[in-house]
Design a protein around this ligand. Structure first.
Ligand code: ADP
Ligand code: ZN
Length: 744
């Protein structure tokens, strides 16, 4: 039986959820792209209410569904033909707030509600309660023969509490057979214990730091919102190392004191073991983690204990937003500007924006955190919709790194190299001081393009319009779109010439080769998301760097995030211009954010530090903003340009991506959709145009871009356009991306 149902549900849904007997019908959201829930009969004796998680027949299959609210359900059905619910799980129902959130998200993103609800049901094995654990309790009495080992056991068990067999043996430092011997003598009774929590409850007062000055003011402001209760959004903005984490930990403590749950969203949670440890130092225990690398058993336990309220704080990647908390009271979105918050697959949503919606629906505070906030959040803070909380300087004696641009036109690398002599001198000096250097290049592999020097043949993916990237460590050329790979060939497949293939441009592996040539004695390491060994190996490597066991780190944006390397005093950006040329309206903003974040890795422990930035465009506003440290001027300029062009947040965008196995099918469908667009003043449709990534996994892609004014009802417009347009047939697929981040 689902317990603790809120009392109002009986009143509100009394008519529909009438327990009185046969013929009762309820709407159930099933994991299908259907616009409304399907209707099912409730068998006599089964108790369900809105939010109950159930199993229902769907065609020949049994699927997981959620009993939904009456509004929007099917009408005019013959109750005799309806199928009954197969099973109601013994699991707390999804709360009213959670259901409204899922409905809202489905309507906003134009996604089928059933597919959205499925995101909240990602741990099917956790829908039934965890089994009780067998335990022991000491009944008193003496063993037949006293030994030192037995005495240790009885001394511990004498506290009258229950123990597991192995837990008692381990605590007493004896083998389990000693405990078994005592059980056999009838000194213990068997008891059943609730399953152990995945994490111990955090203690808000475990070790509170001393906050002073701006940190103290910031913490007080945010805690004030928590105490007052109700919806609010704060934006904590301050350079890396200014104490943003320290400040939001205080808001977490305040929420815990109120007995409510907290969600911390982080990009790439899997990699930040140092974050978990820091949380533990502050609260005495770790938060529960939620991300794709969790072992299935842990994942199920976390899901279950979040729904029962046992887990007080969960820290996770964007999908953690769909955890069905029992009593959520605060969401923190750390690195709120990070593109990883955007999901571009099935249901397209931005977890940062949806976190704000979640807070508004359930009426609690949301805290966004960043050293380089998104232009959207910055505008909201300026207009007073979000409360700005500013931390101006690094904590303690840690200074920001000294940043210099290297004009690559004047300080060109030697032939075949990519590092300027200025950069190489910088690395040399750093090594002489026995400090660490980080070289950043956001490109995996050895070289982004391979071609034949004889006939000019370029190696392209057979399924995508992208070049194959050489990965020399693995001896492969790979497609970064679809994962296609082949062994790096010796001969050109076009002209057959042997050994005349050249690698064009650098990836991190190639930079590592150059570094090793110049500094053969240095301990060099490459970190990128494709390295073998996965997250475990990466965590070990990060620890090794932290301990100073590595001299030069060469990495992709993986190294930009959250890590604290005390000996890192030089950060070199190999190609600062890389992100500027891809036709993305946020290119400048993204480059600014990424470069600030990477250079922010240096000098966090108080050592004097430097950042060297290789660029062919030293006059570019992004480069100027980075070296001058004048972020405000940069934001002013960006905001101004967005406002002039009515780009977000001053206007609204939606992308429609049409793909098909044949180019003509995709193009024709996109054109027909375009023709079906309603005429609404203030909304314009651009395209269709062939996508920059014209071919992905064998599918041809066309894009339409819908641009509206700030107050335009984009959803209504798109719905009408899709309804009037042709149905997607054959291999044609249509994806809608509201507030797109990617334009490829
Ligand atoms: P940010 O999140 O802005 O990058 P952090 O909160 O990580 O900054 O703080 C940077 C470093 O300074 C951390 O090691 C943190 O423990 C330390 N620190 C910040 N504020 C305090 C404080 N008030 N007392 C003690 N240590 C602090
Ligand atoms: Zn491919």
């Amino acid at each position: 039986m689902a317990k603790d149902s809120p009392p109002h549900s009986e009143n509100l849904f009394g008519a529909l959820f009438d327990d009185s007997g046969a013929g009762r019908v309820v709407p159930v959201l099933v994991p299908m792209p259907a616009p409304v829930p399907y209707s099912y009969k409730v068998p006599t004796g089964m108790h369900v209410e809105p939010g109950s998680i159930v199993q229902v027949p769907l065609g020949p299959r049994q699927v997981i569904g959620v009993v939904w609210d009456e509004s929007g359900s099917e009408t005019g059905l013959d109750p005799k033909k309806l199928k009954p619910i197969t099973h109601a799980f013994d699991c707390p129902p999804l709360t009213d707030g959670m259901r409204r959130f899922l409905d809202w998200l489905a309507a906003y993103t134009l996604s089928p509600p059933g597919l959205v609800a499925r995101m909240a049901l990602r741990a099917p094995a956790a829908f039934e309660p965890e089994p009780m654990v067998e335990g022991l309790r000491y009944l008193g009495g003496e063993p037949e023969r006293r030994t030192a080992a037995r005495e240790r056991v009885l001394e511990l068990a004498g506290d009258g509490l229950s123990w597991t067999r192995s837990g008692l043996a381990r605590a007493a430092g004896v083998s389990a057979s000693v405990v078994d011997g005592l059980i056999a003598q009838g000194l213990f009774e068997t008891v059943f214990l609730p399953p152990p929590p995945v994490v111990a409850p955090p203690d808000p007062d475990y070790t509170a730091p001393r906050l002073e000055g701006p940190q103290k003011e910031a913490a007080e402001e945010i805690c004030h919102h928590v105490r007052k209760g109700g919806f609010s959004v704060s934006l904590i903005d301050g350079v890396t190392g200014s104490g943003k984490t320290e400040v939001y930990f205080e808001a977490i403590a305040e929420t815990l004191r109120q007995g409510r749950q907290v969600l911390i969203l982080l990009p790439e949670i899997a990699l930040t073991s140092s974050f978990l440890e820091r949380f533990q130092d502050r609260f005495g225990s770790k938060p529960a983690e939620w991300h794709s690398d969790l072992a299935p058993r842990t994942r199920e336990k976390v899901w279950r204990q979040v729904t029962t309220g046992e887990v007080k704080v969960a820290a996770g990647a964007r999908s953690a937003l769909f955890l069905p908390f029992e009593n959520l009271g605060l969401i923190i979105v750390d690195e709120e500007h990070d593109p990883a918050y955007k999901q571009e697959d099935r249901v397209f949503y931005n977890a940062r924006d949806m976190a704000v919606v979640r807070g508004r629906i359930d009426d609690f505070p949301v805290v966004l955190v960043s050293a380089t906030p998104s232009v959207e959040s910055q505008v909201n803070a300026l207009s007073g919709r979000y409360e700005p909380v500013h931390l101006p300087t690094r904590f303690g004696d840690a200074a920001m790194p000294d940043l210099h641009l290297i004009d690559m036109r004047r300080h060109a690398p030697e032939r075949g190299g990519f590092l300027s002599p200025v950069m190489l001198r910088g690395i040399k000096k750093t090594l002489e001081k026995e400090e660490q250097a980080l070289l950043f290049l956001n490109r995996r592999g050895y070289a982004p393009l391979t071609l034949c020097r004889v006939c000019g043949h370029r190696f392209q993916c057979p399924n995508c319009s992208s070049w194959l990237v050489e990965h020399r460590f693995k001896g492969q050329i790979q497609c970064h779109q679809c994962g296609y790979f082949e062994k790096t060939p010796d001969a050109c497949p076009e002209c057959g010439t042997l050994d005349h293939l050249v690698a064009c441009g650098p990836g991190v592996e190639r930079i590592a080769e150059e570094v090793e040539r110049h500094f053969p004695e240095a301990r060099t390491i490459v970190l990128s998301s494709d390295m073998t060994g996965g997250v475990k190996r990466l965590r070990l490597e990060l620890e090794a760097i932290e301990k100073g066991e590595v001299d030069i780190v060469i990495g992709t944006q993986l190294v930009a995030k959250g890590h604290n390397f005390p000996l890192m005093t030089l950060v070199g950006i190999v190609d600062a211009d890389l992100g500027l040329s891809n036709g993305d309206p946020r290119a400048a903003e993204r480059t600014f954010q990424l470069l600030s974040q990477v250079t922010g890795r240096a000098g966090r422990s108080g050592l004097k530090s430097r950042g060297l930035i290789q660029t062919y465009q030293p006059q570019h506003p992004v480069m100027q903003a980075i070296v001058s440290g004048n972020a405000e001027a940069f934001y002013d300029r960006e905001i101004n340009e967005r406002e002039k062009a009515l780009l977000p947040p001053f206007g609204r965008l939606a992308s429609i991506i049409v793909s098909a196995e044949s180019r003509a099918d995709a193009e024709n469908h996109a054109r027909a959709l375009r023709a079906a667009a309603p005429h609404v003043s203030g909304v314009a449709v651009l395209g269709p145009a062939e996508a920059a990534l014209a071919l992905v996994r064998g599918r041809h892609r066309f894009r339409l871009l819908v641009h509206g004014r700030r107050n335009s009802d984009m959803q209504a417009f798109l719905k009408e356009m899709l309804a009037k347009g042709p149905k997607a047939r054959g291999s044609v697929q249509v994806q809608v991306d509201i507030d797109p981040q990617s334009f490829l």
